[in-house]
Design a protein around this ligand. Structure first.
Ligand code: NAD
Ligand code: DAU
Length: 360
């Protein structure tokens, strides 16, 4: 039985990944999920798997080297999949420090703990032990509106404190591969959407606001472009890179699904109008009048677009879910999980929303 250490498994992509892995491998694997449970971590995301014998949750900060080393002493970890991070660009603009702590220093702690557990006296590493660092396309900076793609060879040019911290963490992983021959891969993925995404990010925020008749805050002119990928396709890509990819390589993951933010918002409004029953009273307010243009994000990257040629050609990965299907599945999930949304948007979320949007 192969044992995985997943960091940040109570967050959006991490919890989708854990579900995906148990669906795919069942009892053939064991997963240890280490998460600090920040505002973004939610054990409700994992309710249906918490009773499994081959699953263990450890509440710990990845910056706590003692706690992380203890997990490596207790468990025979063969795979690390490192998601844990501060992940929201707007928060990084207001409070960069925690991004450096978790994303940079936390990654260093994870690398050191895995290296100490896996390195042999002769400097080689235990066979078939691998670390996968989950990163972002934002490290490559911003593309012009009229063309170009991010390749694995595109020079790093991060702009936000978030992307600078992720770029630093990528460089640490690269340094460990180059210096120690540490067995790792890096994946740089485009914008994810799907179930369990916290409503500080564009798609769940717009779905939640529209359902509640609240305004839909569009930054700047709404024409910034993101390349959207259904989260399950990302999870599949991570697993394929770890099992079929060449060690020490970086793989970009994205689906050639570029959309302007304003197009995304129109699609959400149209899909909600189509999916709600005719007599649903919310239909009275779900329309374009909710769209409100607000002050732009500082340093707002104009366009992201991944070229996924390498992962397609070498590994055979491709995105299975088209955007129209993915957004329907996502909205359906939010319909069916109104309690989840209610729970995550009470308490601290209200204060966050007030701070971020009140005077925008
Ligand atoms: P998220 O914010 O939803 O979840 C992050 C998780 O990490 C939470 O469960 C949180 O509690 C945990 N965490 C934060 N700080 C921690 C710490 N110090 N110690 C232990 N746990 C901690 O993030 P997400 O959107 O699921 O992103 C996961 C990873 O994927 C991140 O590394 C992010 O940079 C990367 N990524 C995200 C996207 C995207 O579109 N969301 C795209 C590409 C890459
Ligand atoms: O590209 C991958 C990255 O995608 C990940 O590394 C990040 O962790 C993830 O948060 C995401 O970053 P973005 O900044 O692209 O995502 P966000 O959902 O915050 O914003 C998407 C776009 O929508 C961006 O152009 C800003 C805009 N936006 C966002 C919000 C929350 C708005 O116009 N209004 C909003 O209220």
């Amino acid at each position: 039985m192969r044992t995985y250490l997943v960091t940040g498994g109570a967050g959006f992509i991490g919890s989708n990944y854990i579900h995906y892995m148990f669906r795919k491998y069942g009892d053939e694997i064991k997963i240890i999920n280490v998460d600090k449970l920040t505002y973004a971590g939610n054990l409700e995301n994992l309710k249906d798997i918490e009773g499994r014998d081959n699953y263990r949750f450890v509440r710990a900060d990845i910056c706590d080297s003692e706690a992380i080393s203890k997990i490596f002493e207790e468990e025979d970890i063969q795979r690390v999949v490192h998601f844990a991070a501060e992940s929201h660009v707007d928060r990084s603009i207001k409070n960069p420090e925690v991004f450096v702590k978790t994303n940079v220093l936390g990654t260093l702690v994870m690398l050191n703990a895995a290296k100490a557990a896996w390195e042999q006296p002769d400097g080689s590493f235990l066979p078939d032990h691998k670390f996968l660092h989950v990163s972002t396309d934002e490290v490559y900076g911003s593309l012009p509106e009229d063309g170009g793609y991010f390749y694995e060879t595109t020079p790093y040019d991060p702009h936000s404190p978030y992307s600078a911290s992720k770029a630093s963490s990528d460089f640490l992983v690269k340094a460990y591969m180059d210096t120690y021959h540490f067995p790792a891969n890096i994946t740089n993925c485009s914008n994810n959407y799907g179930p369990y995404q916290f409503p500080e990010k564009l798609i769940p925020l717009m779905i939640n606001n529209a359902l509640q008749g609240k305004s839909l805050p569009v930054y700047g002119d709404g024409k910034n472009v993101r390349d959207w990928l259904f989260v399950e396709d990302h999870c599949k890509g991570i697993d394929m890179v770890q099992e079929k990819g060449r060690l020490f390589e970086t793989y970009n993951i994205g689906g050639h699904n570029e959309r302007q933010n304003i197009q995304i918002i129109h699609t959400i409004l149209d899909t909600l109008q189509d999916m709600l029953p005719e007599d649903d009273p919310r239909l009275a307010h779900i329309n374009e009048d909710l769209i409100t243009y607000v002050t732009d994000r500082k340093g707002h990257d104009r366009r992201y677009a991944i070229a996924p040629d390498k992962i397609k050609e070498e590994i055979g990965w491709y995105p299975e879910t088209c955007f129209e299907e993915g957004i329907k599945k996502t909205i359906e999930w939010y319909f069916d999980h109104a309690d989840w949304m209610q729970n995550v948007t009470s308490g601290d979320y209200l204060k966050y929303y007030e701070d971020m949007y009140a005077n925008r």
